[in-house]
Design a protein around this ligand. Sequence first.
Ligand code: SOE
Length: 377
Amino acid sequence: MKKTLNIGMIGYGFMARTHSNAWRRVGNFFDLDYTPVLKTVCGLDAAEAEAFAQRWGYAKSTTDWHEVVADKEIDLIEICVPNNIHAEIAIAAAQAGKMIICEKPLALDAAQALQMTEAVEAAGLPNLASFNYRRIPAVTLAKQLIDEGRLGKIFHYRANFLQDWTISSDVPQGGMATWRLDAKAAGSGVTGDLLAHCIDLALWQNGAINSVNAMTETFVKERKNVETGKMEPVGIDDACTFFCRFDNGSLGNFESTRYARGHKALFTFEVNGEKASLAWDLHDLHRLAFFDHADGGLTRGWRTIHVTDGEHPYMSHWWVPGLAIGYEHSFVHQAADFVMSLSSGKTVGATFRDAYETQRVCDAVLQSASSGQWVNL
Ligand code: SOE
C-alpha cells in the first residue's frame, strides 16, 4: 500500500503552477512509493488562492502560511513565493518538522541561506532547492559525460542566461508580477534570478569556484513601484558579467542580462575539455552538442545528440524514442527524484547546502562588481 505525501503549497504564481503540474503528473509516469496529495494552497488574495485550488486540485486554500506550516497533516512545504519570504517560511517549516522544497535563489543572500540550511540540517529533514534545469535530460546527460571523464581535463566553462523583458522603463518594480525588479523582494537582479541557475549547473558539473571578478549595470535607474505608486530608485542589477576560476584549474565566463533584445530565455552552456567539448541551449533543450577529438578522420565534427532515447536520463518514463519532452518535465523529474529519495534514503540535490554554495558565489559576484576587485571564496 502506498503512503501519502501531503503537500502544502505557499504561493500561486508561475512557479507554483510548474510545481503543482509536476505533482499532478509525476505518479502517472514514475512508480513511486508515495501518492502526492495536493492539500492546501496559500496566497495573499483569498479569491485567487481559491481559484488556484480549484484549477489545480488542492483540497483547500488559505491566506495564512502559518496555518499551512502548523497543519499536522502536511508533510511537505513547497515555497514558491518572492525571495524575501523564503527564509521565514523555511525556518518555521523546519521547526515544525516538515520536508521542504524551496524555489531558487534560496534566500536574499548567503547569510540568510546559511540560516535556512542549518535549520533544515538540524531538523534532519529532506530538503531541496528548485534548480530545475539539472533535470532536463540533455543537461543530466552532460553531467554524466563529464563525470565519466569523456571530456578529460576541463579548461573552460561558459554560460549565458539572456532575456529582454525589462528594457522598457515603463515596466514597474514590486507587486505580484514584477517583484523580481524590486531589490527588497528579490535581493538582487539577474545575479540571483538567472545566474544562480548557471552557477548551480557549473558547481554541479565542474566543481567549486574559488575566485570571481564581476561587473554589473543597472540600465534603468528609476521605476514606478507598484505598491507605493511612486518612482523609486532601482536597486537590482539589470546585467552581470563575471569571470571565475574553478578549483579544477578551469576558467569560467558567465553573462546574464534582461536587456538582450530578441532573447527571451537563452540559457546556454559550453564546456571545453582536453578530449571533448559539449554545449547545450535551452531553446533546443532536448539536444546536446558533443565534439569528440578521438573521432578522427574527415568526418570528425560536432554531433548533436537528440536526447530522447530510452537509455537517456529520465526518457524511459515518457513516450517512445525520438519524441521530445519540454520545460515542465524538469519539474516532474524533480518531484520524482525527491519522492524516490524518501524511499531510498539517498540525498538528491540541489540540497539547501548546495543552494547556499550557489548563493555564496552570487554574493561574491555582487561584492566584486561593487568593489571592482577579484573576490576569493
Ligand atoms: C525570470 O524571468 C525567470 O522566470 C526565472 O525566475 C526562472 O528561474 C527562469 O527559469 C526563467 O526566468
